[in-house]
Design a protein around this ligand. Sequence first.
Ligand SMILES: *Cc1c(COP(=O)(O)O)cnc(C)c1O
Length: 389
Amino acid sequence: MKNEKMYDIDFNRPTIVGKELFYISQAIHEGHSAGDAAFTKKCHAYLEQALQVPRVLLTTSCTHALEMSALLLDIQPGDEVIVPSFTFVSTPNAFVLRGAKPVFVDIRPDTLNMDETKLEQLITERTRAIVPVHYAGVGCEMDTICAIASKYNIPIVEDNAHGLFGKYKGRYLGTFGTFATQSFHETKNFICGEGGALIINDSRCIERAEIIREKGTNRSRFFRGQVDKYTWVDIGSSFLISDLLAAFLYAQLEARDEIQAKRQKIWHYYNDHLQDWAEGKGVQLPTVPAHCEQSYHMFYMLLPSLEYRQALISHLKARGILAVFHYLPLNLSDMGRKYGGRAGDCPVTEDVSDRLLRLPFYNDLEEADLACVVQAIKEFDPWYSPLAS
Ligand SMILES: *Cc1c(COP(=O)(O)O)cnc(C)c1O
């Protein structure tokens, strides 16, 4: 069965669950497709209620929600922001855009989250924010991170792109930081193509967040009848999502239980069926500490070596199964090096980045597909496969 394609299983496939198209047409028929119309308000109310947070504002992306956080924190040139070295570029970029210097903290070898034991030594006079990323929707060690942040009076911004509805010690991810950011990009649990949200946990920041999101105007207050005209009052930009996309998103949020149940099933299928194989091969499956309820965002494995991973990717690809690696160490990227990043700064990230493989993961994966993936993995023998040479 050399290079013969046997299955066709994508890594990700955006799926709709229910009323997405109906709600989009409803938004069009009602004549409101710009931002902050009926469906945006429904999404805000849904998320505020579900997470019990003071304010949620939908944005065009998680990247933009991170940029809003940097504006709200008045990040200035020369400020330092601590971010994990194993994350998406937007986590540091949003702050770098304001002139900040990213300071990379290595990750834990078990959860692949920011290593909280290495955090305090990176804090300086110039540190203005700590940005934990809840990798794969498993909570960072927030007790320690919050304690360090409050000791030095440094705000936390949670990049919670993976972790919507995950919990740390019974408390929702996204409710710990001054701000938290969500993504509704088509690769995330809840989607609308491109979209995001800023969660504001400090009520004192709500009004300024509304202004920054509305091009620096007090238009939100005007619409609530709190001022009789709106005008330019601060810096800002256009961070509002179209109500057509909010309509898409609202249908997804309404199907929260269905979506999360499907993803939970997929995650456990992989975990249960790969356990023995992984033990035999020295492969590490995801660690979810007992005090964390994960969001079932992805399933990854840590393979014994880079060569092993590349050979397994090829082996699966030959069978029509797309499995992919993930973040490259940011400290070793072109931009990271400009800010002083060097090889060896973040040894766990540098090691894990080479060995991590993500398996196909999307809501509509059937059990038969999952069985194919698992079987194909078990058939892989790196030392005898013709693809390994
Ligand atoms: C997807 C992702 C982002 C960016 O989300 P967008 O909505 O595409 O801007 C940021 N951070 C992390 C950790 C992500 O996974």
